[in-house]
Every structure is written in C-alpha cells, then in structure tokens.
Design a protein around this ligand. Structure first.
Ligand code: GLC
Ligand code: CA
Length: 568
C-alpha cells in the first residue's frame, strides 16, 4: 500500500519535471577551491579549470558560495554590490564564461542569495545611515536606544549585541550577524522589490537558481520584543521573534510570483533555514504553496551540541537515526528533503561523526552511503568527496573566521572561560575546518595555489588529495562517484519509500528503500567492533566499502547495500 502511494507521488513529481529530485549538488566555496593567479585566493578561473574533475565525479549542479562584490567581513556573506563580482574572484565576463562552460558540460549553476542582510558598505545602507529622513532609512531596522543601551536585549548570532550604535544619527541598527551585516527590513515593499529585481537579473543572465542564505530570518516581529535571557547570559535569545517570523511564507510566495512563476526554465531553490521544524519545512516545500523546492534543516548537525554549538558532546547514534528518520517520514508525502553532512559552516564529517584516525576510508564512505541513500537531494561540500578532515588548529592566531574570533573574545574576555576550553570548542566546531584549501595533489600547498594560501592547507595533503584518489579505484573519491552513478541509474534511490529498521540498536544503522517491487537494504556498522546483523543481509551487493562480504558480520565501519526483489 505504501509503495503504491509513492508510485503515485513520484508520477506527479516527474510530471512537472522536478529534475532536482534525481540530482546531486556540489557546493563550491570559491575562496578555497582553486587559485588561478597565485594570489592565494581561489577564483572563477580556478573553478573553470576544475570543471572536468566535477564531470568525472558525476554531479549535476554547482552551488557557488557568494562571489559578489564584498568587503569580505564574513567571506562574502556581506554583499556591497549584488550585480558585480568581487575583483578577488574575477569579473562578470569571467562569470559568463564559467557559466557557459558549466552549461556546455550539462551541469547547472546556482548562486548563493544573501538577502537577510547586506554589507554596511552597500549603497543602500550608506544612504539609510545618512539621515533619519533619508528615503532608504526604513530599508533597515533603526531604533532609538533604551536606558542608555540598545533597543532590546537580543544577542547577535556571531556574539555581542545584535545592535550597533551609530554616532551619525544617534540611533542603533539591527544586525543578527556581524555589525558589518545590517539586516534588511523586509516589511518595506521597496526592499522586497529590490531583491526580486536582482534575482531576475541573475536568472536572465542564465543562472539556474539560488541557495537562499538564512531565508527563514527575513520576517521579524515588528515590535522587536526582548528575548528570554538565562541567568549568567550576556544577551537574550531573540530567535522566537526573528526566526520563522509572521510574514515569512507570505514573502516567499510573493517572491515566487515575482521571480519564478513565469519562467519555464529548470530551476532550483533551496532555503537555508536554521532551527526549522519538520512542520515548518513542510510548509516551505509543499509544491502547492509555491515557496521553495527544499530547505536545509539543521537538527542532525546539532545532535553533538550541548548548550549551544560551542558546548561539544559526542554523537549518539540512536538519536541520529531517530532524527533522520523523522525527517524522512515527515517529508515523505509533502515536500522534499535536502541531504547534507557538510558545508562551509560545519566541521568535516569524517572527523566529526566518523573516525579520521583509525577508519578514515571506511567511515568517510559509510557516512556518504547512509546519506546518499536517504530520500532527498544530496549535497556534497568541496573536499568531502576526498575525505578531507578537520585541520589541526593549535592556536587562536590560526583562525580567520569572524564567528570563531568573536566567540573566542566573548568567551575568554567577556565570560572569563579558560582559553584552553574555548580552543577545544573551536578545534571541534570552528568553521575554518571546512575552509582550508581543496587538496588537489601532493605538490606545494596541495596544488591549490602557487602563492601563499589565505588559510593553510591541511598537512595531510600528501595522503589525501584529488590526484591520488582519482587514479585509485578504491578511494573515497571513487566511492562517491559510484554512489552518484547509482542514484542516476536506479530510480529506487530517488523514489523508494524509507523505513528505519532496528531503531534502538546502538551500533547498526539499517534502513530500506522500497519502490515498484525493488528494495534496497542499507546496513551500516557505525563503530569500531564487528557486529552480527540481526537483519538478513541477502540480495545483490550494489555497493560496499569492504572487498568481500563475510556473511552476516559487519566489520568496523562496514556498510553494504543489497538490492532485493520484493514479492507482494
Ligand atoms: C549563513 C551562511 C554563513 C553566514 C551566515 C550569515 O548561515 O551559511 O556562512 O555566515 O549565513 O550570512
Ligand atoms: Ca586568485
């Protein structure tokens, strides 16, 4: 009965050509991908030079982290001109050439759309700041202070107050991220129109969609009430008043009408939505509501957080399975899942949820398998396909990321925490772990640049690099290539109904995907000791990370995928 329902759903999905249900997306963080001119920073020409590598891997869509003109306070997530390329990355002509080269190879390219906030150096903000009667004053959130302090108690997501006092007019402006990232006021219809205009400008130029940065934060409760403030905390939690705000769905539906509705191109929209619940995600991705194709939820990458992201605890496999299954069941009939372990904000998964010391290959490939065989669209973050690991950071001077640096200052100077404790949090969770240059070969700086890289290359590059792995049929890269090919070849990977088996088993992650008389059985041993599987492991072996299977025993970090006929 359930298989039949899927079948019907699948037909209606393909009827409107939801091509991205069968696609794999590859995220490029341009600054760290490939440097063509020796200035130590990756660029558009560098990306172009590696396109055949991406074709070889088999991915369908490239998502570029921001390349617009930017003061780079938050590595491009602070934009000062939405219609130009930052000179560090190249020019609009370079961009057009790259886009054409991507399309020639049958791939698509989506842009990062950062419109919850702009840079404080964007002309909109400079005008807004200039005087209380400026026509753009209301494009941002300006408020007078309260009792010699900020207008409310909200803390910034990047530490400190969410408000910055501006001498020029004696008022404060809201910034949920750094003070160089003032929040746009989406209540103002001119702001919304300006955003839709720039989106149309890029789509007219030929891009294939957008990844929308923190798009669930664009609607604020206009009265900006204080958030709850726990004893000992420096700031209140404003998120109930800015996350999933009252008008967010209305704004996205308006955006859809203004930007997407009249285009017949094959586009993709994915919203980054930290803190989103399954219920909210269903609203964002319900086809009938015309909002987004899919969203990035965060629950599975917060299971190792205690009181916030810097309070690191170990992952509990049962919780991970329960959580992923909740999302699988929750978006099975309405909406669609995006699937990811990594991006430019998360530590490397093989170091985080795998074992990068003793079972580097096995755990990297196991994690890839369980993710790619869930129902949804998988995202690969650059270097993940090589099994790149966290960087062995030894001192605070080695970090560049504004989030890490701000947190260190607040924790050590503001809260008096032991610097060693703070460093251990940064080593585990700091975003620079994901931002070290891609390891292309075993030459100096891993072939990323002929100059000095902006962030050092991981010292393990002589062992972990693309040149070595592309040539090796038993590499992490070769394994990712096979997984992607499997998705493209077998419709059950896209369509199959998900079912979690052995939910309480502390070592095994076992699930099935079933559609049209076929079942994939995915069985993974998430740990260092061999385990006998209580589920019968039979049927053609479709993919595995060990050479020969041994009966019912799964060795450390072994994963097997069996294809079985289902007789009803
Ligand atoms: C998103 C981005 C992150 C950025 C933040 C502010 O979470 O992924 O890199 O710092 O938004 O734009
Ligand atoms: Ca460069």
């Amino acid at each position: 009965m359930r298989a039949r329902a899927t079948h019907l759903l699948t037909r209606s999905l393909t009827a409107v050509s939801l091509w991205w249900t069968n696609a794999v997306v590859y995220q490029i963080y341009p600054r760290s991908f490939a440097d063509s001119n020796g200035d130590g920073i990756g660029d558009l020409a560098g990306i172009e030079s590696k396109l055949d590598y991406l074709v070889d891997l088999g991915v369908d869509v490239l998502w570029l982290s921001p390349i617009y003109r930017s003061p780079q306070d938050d590595n491009g997530y602070d934009i000062s001109d939405y219609r130009d390329i930052d000179p560090m990355f190249g020019t609009l002509a370079d961009f057009d050439r790259l886009l054409a080269a991507v399309h020639e190879r049958g791939m698509k390219l989506i842009m990062d759309l950062v419109v919850n906030h702009t840079s404080d150096e964007h002309p909109w903000f400079m005008e807004s700041r200039s005087s209380p009667d400026n026509p753009k004053r209301d494009w941002y959130w300006w408020r007078t202070g309260r009792d010699d302090g900020p207008p409310n108690n909200w803390g910034s997501i990047f530490s400190g107050s969410a408000w910055e006092y501006d001498d020029l007019t004696g008022e404060y402006y809201l910034h949920l991220f750094t003070k160089k990232q003032p929040d746009l006021n989406w209540e103002n219809p001119q702001v919304r129109q300006a955003v839709y205009d720039l989106m149309n400008w890029w789509l007219d130029r030929g891009v294939d969609g957008f990844r929308m940065d923190v798009i669930n934060l664009i609607s604020k409760h206009a009265t900006l009430p204080d958030g709850q403030q726990a004893p000992g905390e420096l700031y209140g939690d404003g998120s109930p008043y800015y996350s999933e705000g009252p008008r967010v769905h209305e704004f996205l539906q308006e955006m859809h009408r203004a930007v997407f509705a009249d285009r017949d191109a094959e586009l993709l929209t994915v919203g980054e939505t930290p803190g989103v619940s399954v219920e909210q995600a269903r609203l964002y991705t319900d086809r009938d509501r015309h909002e987004l194709d899919m969203v990035f939820q965060f629950e599975h990458v917060e299971l190792d957080h205690g009181l916030g992201k810097w309070d690191v605890r170990s992952l509990n496999l049962v919780e991970l399975k329960e959580n992923l299954a909740k999302w699988q069941y929750g978006l099975a009939r309405v909406g669609w899942n995006s699937l990811y372990w990594n991006n430019h904000d998360q530590p490397r998964v093989v170091s985080r949820y795998g074992d990068d010391r003793n079972y580097w290959y096995e755990s990297a490939t196991l994690l890839a398998t369980v993710l790619h065989l869930l129902r949804g669209t998988p995202y690969i973050y650059q270097g993940e396909e090589l099994g790149m690991t966290n960087y062995p950071f030894a001192s605070i001077e080695q970090f560049q990321d504004v989030e890490s640096l701000n947190y260190y200052r607040q924790a050590v100077d503001g809260m008096g925490l032991d610097p060693r404790l703070v460093m251990s949090s940064l080593q585990a969770m700091g975003r620079d772990n994901a931002r070290t240059p891609v390891q292309w070969d075993d030459s100096a700086h891993a072939g990323f640049t002929t100059g000095t890289p902006w962030l050092p290359v991981n010292p393990n590059y002589p062992r972990i690099n693309a040149a070595a792995e592309v040539a090796d049929p038993e590499s992490v890269f070769a394994y990712y290539r096979s997984l992607i090919a499997l998705r493209h070849a077998d419709p059950v990977v896209r369509d199959g109904d998900f079912e979690l088996l052995l939910p309480a088993d502390p070592d095994l992650f076992v699930f099935t995907r079933t559609a049209e008389g076929v079942r994939l059985l995915v069985a993974a041993n998430v740990g260092d000791d061999p385990v006998e599987s209580p589920v019968d492991l039979h049927g053609d072996l479709v993919i595995t990370n060990y050479r020969e299977p041994v009966g019912q025993v799964l060795r450390p970090w072994e994963v097997r995928v069996h294809r079985q006929e289902v007789t009803s």
